[in-house]
Ligand binder design. Structure first.
Ligand code: ATP
Length: 261
């Protein structure tokens, strides 16, 4: 059992932001959420995390309606890395990562040994051990992004929801971060703009357009030139490297040719 969305709809100010979307990840799977700006990816992640409630349909964690699960229980199972995390407070990297341990605190406090071990492991996984005592607000955008990932790892979740986790990262750290996420024994749902990264790291992808699912399946099934033209209005050539079992997508500038027949 895992986190699932069944036919969820989210209506905001009269607009259907998410429209009848079903997401049923297999345990341990990495699911890419794709789609143009404003297609509903972040909103779907917020529904999956329970910060907003669906207007129709249901999100469940281990079969229970998320609306009936206590926030702390959700936070023990589900970690979120959103696009906009910031603070001006003088807080160190280690302290930000330690925030991930809050859901594990009981009435009489946490387990300091387990907390220290989880924080140290999260810092090591994200290459931040040497920056642990630096002040958060003095880090670069990419370093801050990695600290947020480390905070989510320290939470030791079963489910990881990531909203554009690579958008501030250089190519080395993009590849390293997604490799790390896919290695973890967690179920991950990742909103991504980069279709090549999605093809490289996701087991399955879901493509949204105007709040609706327009395609779902393995990257090879879904990421065709036709789909990319239909959803993104962009010309693309999809190459398949049989030896590596991987797609690469080349984008072409200019309008999509109109069929002549
Ligand atoms: N709280 C809200 N109130 C009203 N409309 C909202 C709210 N949150 C999102 N929307 C609208 O819902 C639509 C989907 O937004 P969302 O941020 O989920 O898309 P996205 O696919 O994550 O976009 P991007 O790729 O640009 O991050 C947008 O039109 C947005 O303006």
């Amino acid at each position: 059992m895992t986190l699932r969305a069944d036919s969820v709809t989210w209506n905001r100010g009269g607009a259907l932001v998410v429209d009848g979307v079903t997401v049923t990840p297999e345990q341990g799977e990495t699911v890419g959420l794709l789609g143009p700006n404003g297609s509903g990816k972040s909103s779907l992640l917020r529904l999956l995390n329970g910060v907003v409630r669906p207007t129709a349909g249901v999100v469940t964690l281990d079969g229970d309606d998320l609306a009936a699960v206590r926030r702390k229980e959700i936070a023990r199972a589900v970690a979120v890395v959103s696009q906009h995390a910031d603070t001006d407070v003088d807080i160190t990297v280690r302290d930000v990562v330690r925030l991930g341990r809050i859901p594990h605190r009981g009435t009489f406090g946490g387990n300091p040994t387990a907390d220290d071990a989880a924080v140290a492991a999260a810092l090591a996984h994200t290459g931040l051990t040497s920056k642990a005592d630096r002040l958060w607000h003095r880090l670069s955008g990419g370093e801050k992004q990695r600290v947020q990932i480390a905070r989510a790892l320290a939470q030791e979740p079963r489910e990881l929801l990531l909203d554009e986790p690579t958008n501030h990262l250089d190519i080395h750290h993009q590849l390293e971060l997604l490799a790390l996420v896919t290695r973890l024994p967690v179920t991950s749902v990742i909103a991504l703009h980069d279709l090549n990264l999605a093809a490289m790291f996701c087991d399955t992808v879901i493509v949204l357009k105007e709040g609706r699912v327009v395609a779902g399946g393995t990257p090879a099934e879904v990421l065709t030139a036709e789909l990319i033209a239909q959803v993104y209005n962009v010309r693309a050539e999809v190459l398949i490297d049989q030896a590596k079992g991987r797609l690469s997508i080349l984008f072409e500038p200019g309008p999509i040719p109109v069929p002549t027949h």
